[in-house]
Design a binder for this molecule. Structure first.
Ligand code: PEP
Ligand code: MG
Length: 322
C-alpha cells in the first residue's frame, strides 16, 4: 500500500465520481511548507501560531509575526494557508503571557478567551495577519469559539484593525475568515456561527475531549479518546448539515482528519477539506480517489446508527473492505 501511495503525491484530489476535496497539511513552522508541498499538500489547513509565543519572555512583535506569516504564505506559492490565532492555555503552556493558574485549564481562559481578555496581544496578531493577507491566499481561523457573542466581538476587532490599516494606506489582500468547531456549544450553534464566517474547521481533538468529557491528556481515560464514538461523529454530521444550509464549507484539522478509516465517512458527510500531518496525505489521496462520494453519502446514516464505538468502528472497517 505504501508503494501505491507514491502514485498519489500530487493533487488535485477528487473522488472516483468527481467530487473535489482539498487535502492539506497541519504544520508548525514556515520551514515545513516546502516539504509539505512535496508530500502532496494542497495547502495548509492548520498553522498553529502558539509556537511563536513559546520559549521567550515577551510576546512576538507585529514585525516578527508579519515576517513569519509572509514567509509561510510565500512558501505556499499560491496555495491556501490557514493561520490559526493564538490557542494558548490548556495543554499549551505559554509563560510569556503570564496566564493565571487554573484548576481546570482546559475549561479555563484558553485560546480566544485569553485573546478577548488581552486585546492588545490579540490586535497585534490580527494586524500582522491582515498585513500578510497581501502576500498569498490567507485564511484566518479562530480557535475555541463557544459563543456567537465571541465571534461578533472578534469580527468587530478584525474590522476595526482593517479600517485602521486602510486608513494608514496599507494595501490588504483577499482573505477568508473561519472558526474552529471544537466545543459542543459551537457545534450546537453552528447554524448561527455559519452566517458570520466563510468556513469551519472541525478540531476533532478538542471536540472529542469536550463531548466525551475526558481530558485529552489523560492516559487513564483512553477509551474515551477514540475518534469513532458515535456521539462525536453524529455531532460532526450535524455541523456539516448546518454549514451546508448556510453556504459554508467544512474541513477537519484534528488528528482524525487523516485517519484512513474515517476519511470515507467524512467525505460522505460532505466534508470538503481534510488537514493532516503531511506524510499521511498521499495515502488519504489514494483513499479519496478510490471512493464514490455518492455511495458514501448513502451510507452515512447506517454508520452513524451504531450505538457503540466498537460497532461504529467495525462498520467503518466494512466500508473499507468493500
Ligand atoms: C483540535 O483540537 O482538534 C485541533 C486541531 O487543535 P489543537 O490540537 O491544536 O488543540
Ligand atoms: Mg483544539
Amino acid at each position: 500500500e505504501r508503494e501505491k501511495d507514491k502514485l498519489y503525491l500530487t493533487g488535485p484530489s477528487r473522488t472516483a465520481d468527481g467530487r473535489e476535496l482539498e487535502l492539506s497539511a497541519n504544520i508548525f513552522s514556515g520551514a515545513e511548507m516546502k516539504n509539505a508541498a512535496s508530500l502532496g499538500a494542497e495547502g495548509v489547513g492548520l498553522f498553529r501560531t502558539e509556537f511563536l509565543y513559546m520559549n521567550r519572555s515577551d510576546p512576538p512583535s507585529l514585525e516578527e509575526q508579519f515576517a513569519c506569516y509572509k514567509g509561510l504564505l510565500e512558501a505556499a506559492d499560491g496555495l491556501p494557508v490557514t493561520i490559526r490565532t493564538l490557542d494558548a492555555g490548556g495543554d499549551k503552556p505559554t509563560p510569556c503571557l503570564n496566564m493565571p493558574k487554573e484548576e481546570n485549564p482546559f475549561l479555563g481562559v484558553r485560546a480566544i478567551r485569553f485573546c478577548l481578555r488581552n486585546e492588545g496581544i490579540f490586535r497585534t496578531q490580527l494586524r500582522a495577519l491582515l498585513i500578510a493577507s497581501a502576500c498569498g491566499r490567507l485564511r484566518i481561523m479562530f480557535p475555541m469559539i463557544s459563543t456567537v457573542e465571541e465571534l461578533i466581538k472578534i469580527l468587530s476587532l478584525l474590522g476595526e484593525e482593517k479600517e485602521k490599516l486602510e486608513g494608514e494606506g496599507v494595501t490588504l489582500g483577499q482573505y477568508e475568515v473561519g472558526v474552529m468547531v471544537e466545543t459542543p456549544s459551537a457545534a450546537v450553534m453552528s447554524g448561527e456561527l455559519a452566517r458570520l464566517v466563510d468556513f469551519f474547521s472541525i478540531g476533532s481533538n478538542d471536540l472529542n475531549q469536550y463531548v466525551m468529557a475526558a481530558d485529552r491528556t489523560s492516559g487513564e481515560l483512553s477509551e474515551f479518546h477514540s475518534a469513532y464514538h458515535p456521539a462525536v461523529l453524529r455531532l460532526i454530521r450535524y455541523v456539516v448539515e448546518a454549514a451546508e444550509k448556510n453556504g459554508v464549507w467544512v474541513g477537519v484539522c484534528g488528528e482524525s482528519g487523516g485517519d484512513p478509516l474515517l476519511i470515507p465517512l467524512y467525505v460522505g458527510m460532505g466534508i470538503k477539506e481534510l488537514s493532516m500531518s503531511a506524510p499521511r496525505i498521499a495515502q488519504a489521496r489514494r483513499i479519496v480517489s478510490n471512493l464514490s462520494f455518492g455511495e458514501m453519502k448513502e451510507k452515512v446514516d447506517a454508520v452513524l446508527s451504531a450505538a457503540t464505538e466498537g460497532e461504529l468502528k467495525s462498520l467503518l472497517e466494512g466500508l473499507r473492505a468493500e
